[in-house]
Design a protein around this ligand. Structure first.
Ligand code: ZN
Ligand code: ZN
Length: 265
């Protein structure tokens, strides 16, 4: 039976290739086995998977002889217990995430989610739910979907949409690290349905939840979301992304508030 299916699969792949000419989402080469996924084997192998040594807490890359914690986490514990990513935000993965988000190739979500499951099973193990980082409704509308939500639904855990965006802010991608934190403070809040329900609050107090997003860049988004979940009384907050921009240590200088901040007037 297996042989017969294999032969059929071969012919279906051949027919799909001939009819549709599907191309690898990263390098655009014509796929010879499109049923196996939207990425060619060569690109899939080239993905720069995150490997140790990395900080046990935040998952940032560490030099070979370093301690278990990066300098930033040892100076100041982050608002989550554990953050991990499947790959470095570079090369193939950058192409794939770009195609996923901006060319709206939602068919890439299963491949990216499988990479997350393969590389970060320790983050998902024992967790009760995943919490996608919300998009602002305007952006959801213009993109047509929330990439974090698409990924979260494929991680094999219940999806709890606890958070929502509170206000419209400048797109994070256009800002530097300190401006990102400032831009985001107060940008997320827990949905009223989770705040008001005593039953749900009791469940959160026992729960391990995993915040899910596509990329960690400075960590600002994840930190703000984690702080919000902690304030709601969640027992343990973790985070998982497809990719991370590799951080350089030692930590950035302290962030002074810009003089335009209304709280200073
Ligand atoms: Zn390729
Ligand atoms: Zn760290």
């Amino acid at each position: 039976l297996h042989d017969r299916w294999f032969v059929q699969g071969h012919w279906i792949n051949a027919a799909a290739t001939w009819l549709l000419e599907p191309r690898c989402a990263a390098c655009k080469v014509v796929l010879d086995a499109p049923l196996d996924g939207p990425v060619c084997g060569r690109c899939w192998h080239q993905i720069a998977r995150v490997r140790p040594p990395f900080c046990h807490r935040c998952g940032d890359r560490l030099p070979a002889d370093a301690d278990d914690l990066c300098s930033r986490c040892s100076a100041h514990a982050p608002p989550f217990d554990l953050a991990r990513s499947a790959a470095e935000f570079d090369g193939t993965v950058r192409e794939l995430i770009h195609a996923f988000k901006y060319e709206r190739r939602r068919g890439l979500a299963p491949a990216l989610a499988s990479l997350m499951r393969e590389r970060a099973h320790d983050v998902l193990a024992g967790a009760d739910a995943v919490v996608p980082v919300p998009l602002h409704p305007f952006r959801s509308l213009s993109r047509g979907f929330n990439q974090a939500d698409d990924l979260a639904r494929l991680l094999g855990l219940p999806v709890w949409r606890i958070l929502r965006r509170r206000r419209w802010r400048t797109a994070q991608a256009t800002l530097g690290a300190s401006a990102r934190h400032h831009n985001l403070s107060g940008a997320f809040e827990a949905r009223g349905s989770w705040v008001r329900s005593g039953r749900r609050r009791a469940r959160l107090a026992r729960a391990i939840v995993v915040i899910v997003d596509d990329v960690i860049t400075t960590g600002a988004t994840i930190e703000v979301c984690a702080t919000e979940l902690q304030a709601l009384g969640v027992r343990s907050v973790r985070a998982l992304t497809v990719a991370r921009a590799v951080q350089s240590h030692p930590p950035p200088p302290p962030r002074p508030r810009p003089p335009s901040d209304p709280r200073h007037r």
